[in-house]
Design a binder for this molecule. Structure first.
Ligand code: MG
Length: 165
């Protein structure tokens, strides 16, 4: 029986540049523009890691995977998520559901919602009906609207596992 819930919020932003890969939720999305980053630049997984760590009050992605640490150069963010999730589970929490917003002018992401939800479901060990992915444009405004950046927002709910936390 659950004894309590914790909610966490995460946000990430990366520059977009031509000729780089675009990974979102661990899925490679066909795109002329990709994320400039020290890791694979997956804004969804980075925001998700921050939301998970935040919900469990375990700090943030920069504390767990310092930008100064070259081990994380080009890192697969799915592996970083697994480590963060392991820490969250170790503290006695399990994910209940996750809701993802991507803000991007391009590419159109609706055709990729199902693949992204599948991947997040597998990474988090959650059924599909507890994993939501949505996207919207910035209506041409600001750095996102001008296709110079991509953003993600994630909210996650954790529950305390019985007899643990
Ligand atoms: Mg990031």
């Amino acid at each position: 029986m659950s004894t309590g819930f914790r909610v966490g919020i995460g946000y990430d932003v990366h520059r977009l540049e031509e000729g780089l890969p675009l990974l979102l939720a661990g899925v490679q999305i066909p795109s002329d523009l990709g994320a400039r980053a020290r890791t694979d630049g997956d804004v969804v997984l980075h925001a998700l890691i921050d939301a998970l760590l935040g919900a469990a009050a375990l700090g943030d992605i920069g504390g767990m995977f310092p930008e100064t640490d070259d081990r994380f150069l080009g890192a697969d963010s799915s592996g970083l998520l697994e480590q963060a999730l392991g820490r969250v589970r170790g503290a006695g929490f399990a994910p209940v559901n996750v809701d993802v917003n991507v803000i991007a002018e391009t590419p159109r992401l609706r055709p990729h919602y199902a693949t992204m939800r599948d991947r997040l479901s597998a990474l988090l060990g959650l059924p599909l009906d507890r994993v939501s992915v949505k996207a919207r444009s910035a209506e041409g405004m600001g750095e996102v609207g001008e296709k110079r950046a991509i953003q993600a927002q994630v909210v996650v709910l954790l529950e305390e596992e019985a007899g643990r936390a």
